[in-house]
Design a protein around this ligand. Structure first.
Ligand code: HEM
Length: 651
């Protein structure tokens, strides 16, 4: 209740100061419950919050969208009686609000103006102290949602950690409620491993109908969570991901071919492709094709995409979260459409037997040891559980992978040697596994064994621009971690970003190791001495470790591999060079502001050289001592042969 009052006070205060600022109405639970969700969540939040919070300072900098501070900024026309009346009413109402707020502030002076002075540890159960408390702003405490254009999401944590000299645990407060920021792989794991324990932590994602209690993310009972995880997880095992490779490849080829073909049609290379859009489309194609196993026609895809967007917007809808005629909100209509598609698929599978989709894996999964209602064992997922968890996989898997891929393209675009190495590696894959036309059918083994550099690129992207944090946890009892206490009922924001940033293996005093322009070094993953180990946690830890991690890695690698086989080189468009990398302020995983527009050079040279390499290895196999340059597709290329080692030199 106190929280609600504080919240209303803040909203009222801003409403008085600038008419539009009531959009600030964003309870922390909304933002956190969406933590592993979709960027469309972010897009709802961005205009509402970011406009009013200055990126230049992590603390105390609130301004109106116009930059003016307000009360005088009222739109009215002197000639209109109606407008005049409305102005008078508004003006009186505003004065009343200011008076009420001022009275509240005076009565709650310490709470409002010195919120940190009220932060107390729990001395009843432990002698341990609280760690350092971050300096905070009167009224709202710390602006934990603040991202910056220069840094992107997570800026508050990054900046405040530096201000405090990088302690691994520190206290923040958000609108009067304290919480703990924790970083460090082992420390975070020790906390997350206590999920479900009586003296441990719980995830406070609350089902609000947009997803209901049947999905495993919202499940807080240990036994039920692990049952759901086993059944849903059996549809996402490495062998099932291996079986899904053709579908992933088809989805990647569709996007890449669209880019390459449109270049060819236009006969020039100046077309601009926004990688954020391409990667979103790719991961949504994976969602309907592989996860749901649907056979959508090209014309139906926009409807599916729109339904996913609208459904996801429900997570941040004030109407839904405040339950104001919620069931008629557009997100529920969209959910009904998606539910109907999945139900239809389930019925089809029940009639026709399993296929390679994830939904199919869930429909036919059986836990032989788990009890069934009414007696016996052999528990299966109910239809409702299949539907809810399929939707969860779309929510948890699409935006995360799409953002990481988009970031990979930005990092590679800023570090030109990287793409050359990726392309070289793929040339080798094609020459070893390609058919007559140079086409490769990817397998997970092939990617694991033959593409260490590609793997390094994906990991390095997730190291340098990770998900800022997973869903915050709450302590069930006062906990002791590293000699400090985390009092009962406090939130724990376990920071992936700070864990990566402070990893001693990669740490640089000047912060350059986290800068996409200077710190993106995939090569560090190729040596045991330089690669991050325990302080690399992009997929979380403990019983809620990302269930889709194998699929996510495969999905991202397949896309980049297909792109590298078809695009010899690409450039960041709009002159996005070293100094002007800007970010969206709020997103689950940082997202570049401009969506990473690129121009491409389709790889005629690569495909020709691939043909040459194939020809050379064919001739070596057939023990033909020399090859004729004139037989090869590109006559400018010279081959030389020396003791059976063949080198191709591109002139
Ligand atoms: C780059 C891509 C991805 C990243 C960075 C990522 C990250 C994470 C993180 C950090 C968590 C832990 C959340 C927590 O403990 O609060 C998580 C959980 C989860 N992820 Fe992922 N994820 C990715 C892709 C995927 C994909 C592709 C899927 C499925 C299609 C997926 C499904 C899930 C599910 C179902 C959970 C919840 C598990 C549970 O509560 O037991 N994720 N993910």
């Amino acid at each position: 209740m106190a929280m609600i009052i504080r919240f209303i006070t803040v909203v009222a205060f801003f409403a008085a100061a600038a008419p539009t600022v009531s959009a600030f109405a964003f309870p922390p639970s909304v933002s956190t419950s969406a933590s592993i969700g979709n960027a469309r969540i972010r897009s709802q939040m961005t205009p509402a919050i970011a406009t009013f919070i200055s990126p230049s300072s992590p603390e105390c900098s609130i301004r109106s969208s116009s930059g003016s501070s307000s009360l005088s900024a009222l739109p009215f026309s002197a000639g209109s009686g109606m407008m005049m009346n409305s102005f008078v009413v508004k003006s009186v109402a505003r004065k009343l609000i200011v008076a009420l707020v001022s009275a509240f502030a005076l009565l709650n002076f310490r709470k409002v103006f010195q919120p940190n002075s009220l932060i107390k540890g729990d001395k009843s159960t432990t002698d341990a102290d609280l760690p350092e408390v971050a300096p905070s702003c009167p009224f709202i405490g710390n602006q934990i949602l603040v991202g910056s254009r220069q840094f992107g999401t997570g800026y508050f944590y990054h900046k405040m950690s530096a201000i405090l000299n990088h302690p691994r645990m520190w206290v923040y407060s958000f609108m009067g409620t304290p919480g703990m920021v924790v970083s460090g792989g082992q420390r975070v794991k020790s906390i997350l491993n206590k999920e479900f324990a009586a003296d441990g932590v719980k995830n406070y994602v609350q089902p609000n109908g947009v997803l209901n209690e049947h999905n495993l993310l919202a499940e807080s009972d240990k036994k039920k969570h692990s049952l759901l995880r086993r059944l849903v997880g059996s549809a996402m095992t490495p062998s099932r991901v291996t079986a899904s490779m053709p579908a992933l490849q088809e989805a990647a080829e569709k996007q890449v071919q669209k880019m390459v073909n449109s270049n060819k049609d236009n006969g020039h290379n100046n077309d601009i492709y926004t990688m954020e859009t391409v990667c979103n489309d790719y991961t949504l194609d994976v969602a309907w094709q592989q996860i749901l196993g649907l056979d959508l026609k090209e014309d139906d895809i926009p409807e599916f995409t729109k339904a996913v967007d609208t459904w996801i917007s429900g997570f941040t809808s004030v109407r839904v979260n405040m339950n104001i005629d919620a069931q008629r909100a557009p997100c529920f209509k969209a959910k009904k459409y998606l539910q109907a598609l999945i139900m239809e698929k389930i019925e089809y599978l029940e009639k026709n037997g399993p296929d390679g989709s994830t939904v199919s894996g869930m429909v036919f999964a059986v836990d032989d040891n788990a009890e069934v209602e009414g007696g016996g064992t052999g528990r299966k997922l109910t239809k409702e559980e299949v539907v809810e968890n399929s939707l969860l996989l779309i929510l948890a898997g699409s935006e995360t992978s799409a953002s990481t891929l988009t970031n990979a393209m930005l990092c590679i675009g800023l570090n030109k040697e990287t793409w050359k190495n990726v392309v070289e590696e793929q040339k080798k894959v094609v020459s070893k596994y390609g058919n007559e036309q140079g086409k490769v059918e990817f397998t997970t083994k092939m990617l694991d064994r033959e593409c260490p550099y590609l793997d390094a690129v994906v990991r390095e992207t997730m190291r340098i621009k990770p998900i800022s944090q997973g869903a915050p946890r709450t302590t069930k009892k006062t906990m002791k971690v590293d000699g400090f206490q985390i009092p009962k009922g406090w939130g724990i924001n376990w920071s992936v970003l700070l864990t990566h940033e402070l990893d001693p293996v990669t740490y640089k005093e000047d912060g350059s190791h986290m800068d996409v322009r200077t710190g993106f070094v995939p090569e560090r993953w190729l040596e045991d001495t330089t690669k991050p180990t325990t302080d690399f946690i992009p997929m979380g830890a403990g019983p809620r470790y990302c269930l889709g991690s194998t699929l996510a890695y495969a999905e991202m690698k397949v896309f980049l591999a297909v792109l590298a086989q078809n695009v010899n080189d690409f450039q960041l468009a709009e002159g996005q060079k070293e100094k002007d990398v800007l970010w969206k302020r709020l997103s689950i995983i940082p997202r570049p502001l401009n969506g990473v527009p690129i121009t491409i050079q389709p790889s005629t040279v690569v495909s020709e050289s691939i043909k040459i390499e194939q020809e050379v290895s064919r001739q070596i196999k057939n023990k033909i001592p020399t090859i004729s340059v004139t037989d090869l597709p590109n006559k400018k290329m010279i081959t030389k042969q020396d003791n059976n080692e063949v080198d191709l030199v591109l002139s």
